[in-house]
Design a protein around this ligand. Structure first.
Ligand SMILES: Cc1cc2nc3c(=O)[nH]c(=O)nc-3n(C[C@H](O)[C@H](O)[C@H](O)COP(=O)(O)OP(=O)(O)OC[C@H]3O[C@@H](n4cnc5c(N)ncnc54)[C@H](O)[C@@H]3O)c2cc1C
Length: 385
């Protein structure tokens, strides 16, 4: 079936990104993998390349577009090469939608030029040690000072992608207690400067996969956050989160489909090269059937991911549709990558083979951005169940 989502501009961008990955990422990726993170300088290079500014208005240094298609190309090309761009995905996928939707002109002038250049990297902190799926259960508080000039932030967050390198973090905190009728009431969002007194980075977490992204614990002890860094209206944080989680979930869905497609590519190459019992592994009917079944699943996931992309760009992707796309594409990727790893035999378990890293990287797609179980609750609710 002819694919219609990308035009010549996207394909030109694909060429640029592919060459950039070959020159700047592949040669050093093993070092990043061993270090457990991409170096800070790499994010300046992404800024120079224009990756961060695609959807930022021109007056703030960006390209002034309003589309997720270039991000989609990035997902396909990084997966194809078996690499990750460190923790930078959250900068664009998670943080930018909040800045575009909520920041005032004054805030945009302060935040966006440095966002585009990579001078200031952003992250998003919702999850806490005691609560992840149940966002409304968060305990971090932000109390307005008596003179009304700043909020005082106290609490802790965990699993924050980009948390080590981030210069600004969108922190979700309670500005008032939940009401008896509405547990979601009273959450607000703040663009917290990570250089503030009382802000500290805890452990850089040792993960199963996504080894080049810096995922960290954060702690806040009486951090003074100027009122000028409140994003949107006080108390409306939960509705902002609900709105923007759809784009985050599309991103995870699309990335998962792209990883599954890459897994087939790696497996096809491997089974052609590897000989067992005097024949290439590709010779066996089981191999052909396995890869054919994987291809059929990936074709379906690609169709879903592409349709969700078009709907997102049109501003029509509903939370339930995003949940459905995430559930489907991440579950497909889980099955496909596992089957492709199996075709590698023992080498598939070795980190020097991209399929092994892909297997570990992909696992979290069914967990973060909302687990598969939470996706099912959202879909079921939309069905009136
Ligand atoms: C590598 C990584 C990066 C991350 N990056 C970020 C980030 O940048 N920012 C951020 O804020 N968070 C981030 N997270 C957090 C992530 O979004 C949460 O881990 C996820 O939402 C699940 O929350 P939890 O870990 O607290 O699990 P829990 O909520 O404790 O869930 C435990 C189990 O209970 C199930 N469960 C929960 N509620 C229900 C229910 N109602 N019905 C049925 N089953 C249920 C879950 O599906 C799961 O199987 C990241 C996590 C990881 C692992």
């Amino acid at each position: 079936m002819r694919r219609t989502v990308f035009n010549e501009d996207h394909e030109a961008f694909r060429e640029t990104i592919r060459a950039f990955i070959e020159a700047e990422v592949v040669p050093v990726y093993d070092e990043w993998f061993a270090a457990g993170q991409a170096p800070r300088d790499f994010y300046y290079k992404l800024g120079e390349l224009g990756v961060f500014g695609i959807n930022v208005p021109e007056e703030f240094g960006g390209a002034g577009l309003d589309t997720h298609k270039f991000e989609a190309v990035l997902y396909e090309e990084t997966a194809r090469a078996g690499v990750q761009f460190g923790g930078s995905g959250v900068h664009v996928l998670l943080a930018l939608p909040y800045l575009k939707m909520l920041a005032t002109d004054e805030q945009k002038k302060r935040y966006l030029p440095k966002f585009v250049s990579g001078e200031e990297m952003w992250a998003l902190a919702m999850t806490e040690p005691g609560t992840g799926s149940d966002v409304a259960g968060m305990k971090t508080t932000a109390k307005l000072s008596e003179d009304g000039t700043h909020y005082v932030l106290n609490g802790a967050k965990t699993f924050i992608t980009g948390g080590v390198h981030a210069d600004r973090v969108i922190v979700c905190a309670r500005t008032s207690a939940p009401t008896a009728e509405d547990r979601r009431f009273g959450i607000s969002l703040f663009a917290v400067d990570t250089r503030s007194e009382g802000y500290s980075i805890g452990r850089k977490l040792d993960k199963l996969g996504l080894r080049t992204s810096d995922t960290a614990e954060l702690a806040f002890v009486d951090v003074k956050v100027p009122v000028e860094d409140l994003l949107g209206e006080e108390g409306k944080g939960f509705s902002y989160l609900g709105h923007n989680l759809a784009s985050e979930r599309w991103g995870i869905a699309f990335g998962a489909y792209a990883q599954a497609a890459a897994a087939i590519r790696f497996a096809q190459q491997y089974v052609t090269d590897r000989t067992v019992f005097g024949k290439p592994v590709a010779h066996f009917q089981n191999t052909k059937f396995e890869l054919a079944a994987c291809q059929a699943e990936v074709d379906a996931a690609q169709a879903v991911a592409d349709r969700a992309l078009e709907a997102l760009d049109a501003g029509e992707l509903t939370p339930a549709e995003a949940a459905s796309a995430k559930l489907f594409c991440t579950e497909v990727a889980h099955r496909v990558i596992d089957r492709c790893l199996q075709l590698h035999g023992g080498y598939g378990y070795m980190n020097e083979y991209p399929i092994a890293r892909l297997y570990a990287d992909n696992r979290v797609n069914r967990i973060y951005g909302g687990t598969s179980e939470i996706m099912k609750t959202i879909i079921a609710k939309s069905m009136g169940l």
